[in-house]
Every structure is written in C-alpha cells, then in structure tokens.
Design a binder for this molecule. Structure first.
Ligand SMILES: [Zn+2]
Ligand SMILES: [Zn+2]
Length: 244
C-alpha cells in the first residue's frame, strides 16, 4: 500500500519509466516490466567479468597478462541496462546514478563480491578528458564511486579520489576495435595523486574490451599502487554471444 505522499506524488506528479516511457512511480523510475528486464551477470569470470564461466573457472583471459587482479561487473549491458545507461550518460540524468548502483548491487546479492570481501584504501573513478566532461556535464564514473561509497558499509570510510586524468582523444572509444582501443589508450592516463602502496578499486560504467580499465590500472601500477581491482556497472557481451 502506498503512503499518502507517494499517492499524491503519483496523482499530481506523473512520472514515466526512463526506458519505455510507460507511467510508473517517481520512486522507482523503472516500470515493472523494464525492471524485470535488467539482466544480472551470471557466473562471471573473476578476472574479466565475462559471463557464464561457471562457479570456479576463468575464461581464456588467464592466458593474457593483466595489471588488474579482479574485475567485477554485476549487470549485463543488454537492452534495458543499455537504454538506462545511455539516458543517464548522454541526457545528463545524474539522478539515475543511485538507481543504477542499486540494480547492480541487487545483481551481486548472495554472491562473493569485491565490495564486501576486500578492503580498499581508495576508490578511483576513471578519468575523463576535460572536453567530454564539459560536454556531458558530469563524470559518470565519479558519480558511481560516490554512490558506492554511500551504499556499501565497508566502503563508507574509503575516500573517492579523482586521481586519474585523461588526455583528450580525437575519436570516441566505443566505436573502436579492441586493438584500436589499446593503441588509442596507450599512455592515455596520468596519475595526479600519490597512490604508492595503496589498494585501489577503479570504478567505471561499462566494461567493453577492458582496454580502458587495463590502461588506467597500468598507469596506477607505474605510480606504485599495490593492488588494483576494477568495478564496473555492466559488462558488454562479446559479439558471438550478443543473443543472450
Ligand atoms: Zn519500462
Ligand atoms: Zn576472463
């Protein structure tokens, strides 16, 4: 049963699902159908967050070297999460940050999560070129890190430090192949604070090839970070499994 303020809100302040535009309550932002359509990441690889590797295994990523020790991405970047994330990022819907974090945390309920089983000295959001920051109006990774800090008891005292700065790039990263991304991202990040000896949790929104977090991790490792894990909202599926 809804409370009087909720009822008044529904009657006089109609709200619509941010994905399908069906009417819903402003308190939830998503209609029931779209909420059910948010896919969590089943049995992800603990090293690259690729879905479906089983309870103990790793995918083929163990054959490649990585600076990252663990990577977690609780949601799959499928239809509804993709629509939600695009509205959040490209339509300046900064108020959706908490909803996205809540959906992601629901995706790790009952699982062994980085957030509750490891201690970090610092949360570092992926840096963004200043031109992009100016155009977008906010750094979504920084917002995510702040929302994680306020939502997770074990991170409440962990500072969010925007230590990574990113050079401007001529081409958007999401249009590039993995090889092109690695080239594009080489020496892309610089570290503006001391991270020597620290355990770092990198925070980003969508994990596609992993090139961005890997390059950021390399910059942090070169600056002396002791351990670097990454937490992302959602994992993009490789081309051969896009039908999931
Ligand atoms: Zn909907
Ligand atoms: Zn893997």
């Amino acid at each position: 049963m809804s409370t009087l303020p909720q009822q008044l809100g529904q009657d006089f302040l109609p709200a619509y699902c941010v994905v399908c535009d069906q009417r819903c309550t402003r308190l939830t932002w998503l209609c029931g159908h779209c909420r059910l359509d948010v896919d969590s990441n089943p049995w992800p690889c603990p090293r690259c967050a690729l879905p479906g590797v089983g309870p103990r295994g790793y995918c083929r990523c163990h054959k490649t070297r990585s600076t990252l020790y663990r990577v977690e991405a609780p949601l799959l970047y499928t239809k509804t999460p993709r629509a939600l994330i695009k509205r959040w990022k490209f339509e300046r819907r900064i108020e959706l940050t908490q909803l996205l974090v809540t959906l992601a945390l629901e995706g790790t309920t009952g699982k062994r999560s980085l957030l509750s089983h490891h201690h970090y000295d610092v949360l570092i959001p992926i840096g963004m070129p200043w031109r992009t920051r100016l155009t977008r109006g906010f750094n979504q990774s920084h917002c995510l890190a702040l929302a994680l800090q306020s939502s997770i008891k074990t991170l409440a005292a962990t500072p969010v430090v925007p230590a990574l700065s990113s050079a401007n790039r001529k081409r958007a990263q999401h249009h590039l192949s993995r090889a092109a991304r690695l080239t594009n991202a080489a020496q892309r990040f610089s570290v503006g604070r001391s991270v020597s000896g620290l355990r770092v949790l990198l925070v980003d929104d969508v994990l596609t090839t992993g090139a961005t977090v890997e390059n950021a991790a390399q910059a942090l490792r070169n600056a002396g970070a002791a351990r670097i894990d990454a937490w992302c909202l959602a994992r993009s599926l490789p081309p051969e499994s896009k039908s999931i």
